[in-house]
Design a protein around this ligand. Structure first.
Ligand code: A3P
Length: 326
């Protein structure tokens, strides 16, 4: 699916009457930028996203071979999408000269279920997903997909990123969307929202734990990956991903350097330089804002020691006993 084909802006007028009734019964909150959020099944959504979640829950019929790439916003979703496409496409494309990632960006090739595919309807036309496996992505927590996927063996890859880097990345992203300088006051407001959980797709703790726990219970269904590990040992992690997806690298591919070629092709430097990733997409959002520094620990340049301590304490408390550490 090409995001250029999507409607330019779906507003609250696309919220069904049924959803409006539901919204009136849900906990609500106005965020730091005046956007209305409501809490549905433990997660904060804006109204348009909630409509997409409800459409997905009502209409999505998983196929056994489906692959869903899941992540909290600003965790490296774009990178994971590109790597997964490159892994799945490699049997068809021997060279990178005519690669699908050259004519469509990672988000166009792997659309978000609730934000794109099911944004307007519970029965979208899925003809574009005729080649198998179907590749989708989501920012929904796992519990939002639980009922819909409960008897399905489809695979889910979850990409987790350090909470503080996620926050900083999001601060820059939100500023870029609104074509504003990233101000301290916005960072402080986002920090508070992150800490108390009343943020789009938050609270992040319950969110990450939903995937973490499932990955321990059923590692064949949920692969839990970490951005920092991908940065630290990309070769090992991409091989892990390929194995999980059922398309491990052959010895010949490894000997021919394909692992490194894919990593280079999907590197931030290469992807951000591609013409296709410089254009505007729906909502007039610039694709290039999905690429910034891609560094681990960038938060150290922006968070005060007090902010660091507060987040560390919350993380410790919320993740206690889960085995998950940041
Ligand atoms: P920073 O803002 O810290 O630089 P998402 O794709 O989930 O929106 O996440 C965006 C973050 O992933 C940004 O982080 C962005 O720079 C980084 N990113 C995008 N493409 C990447 C790539 N190919 N390799 C590593 N990081 C990448």
């Amino acid at each position: 699916m090409d995001l250029k084909e999507l409607p330019s802006n779906v507003g609250d007028d696309k919220i069904s009457e049924e959803t409006n009734i539901l919204i009136s019964s849900l906990p609500s909150h106005t965020d730091f930028q005046g956007k209305k959020l409501c809490n549905y099944q433990g997660c904060w959504y804006n109204y348009t996203t909630l409509q997409g979640v409800l459409n997905f829950q009502a209409g999505f019929k998983p196929q056994d071979t489906d692959i869903i790439l899941a992540s909290y916003p600003k965790s490296g979703t774009t990178w994971l999408k590109a790597l997964t496409v490159a892994l799945m496409e490699r049997s068809k494309n021997q060279s990178f000269d005519h690669h699908p990632l050259l004519s469509n960006g990672p988000h166009g090739l792997v659309p978000f279920l609730e934000l794109h595919v099911y944004r307007e309807s519970s029965s979208p036309n899925l003809a574009k997903f005729s080649s198998l496996p179907r590749l989708f992505s989501t920012h929904m927590p796992l519990h939002a997909m639980h009922e819909t996927l409960k008897d399905s063996p489809c695979k889910i890859v979850y990409l987790c990123r350090d909470v503080k880097d996620t926050l900083i990345s999001w601060w820059f992203f939100r500023s870029a969307i609104h074509k504003m300088e990233p101000t301290r006051s916005l960072l402080e407001a986002m920090f508070e929202a992150f800490c108390n959980g009343t943020i789009y797709y938050g609270p992040i703790w319950e969110y990450v734990l939903s995937y973490w726990r499932r990955s321990l219970e059923d590692p064949k269904q949920v692969l839990f990956m970490r951005y920092e590990e991908m940065k630290e040992e990309p070769r090992g992690q991409i091989k892990r991903l390929a194995e999980f997806l059922g398309c491990p690298f052959t010895k010949e591919e490894e000997d021919n350097g394909l692992v490194d070629e894919i990593l280079e092709f999907c590197s931030l430097r290469n992807l951000s330089g591609l013409e296709v990733n410089k254009i505007k997409i729906f909502n007039k959002m610039d694709r290039k804002i999905f690429f910034r520094k891609g560094e681990v620990g960038d938060w150290k340049n922006y968070l005060t020691p007090e902010m660091e301590n507060k987040l560390d304490m919350i993380i410790q408390e919320k993740l206690q006993g889960s085995g998950l550490k940041f």
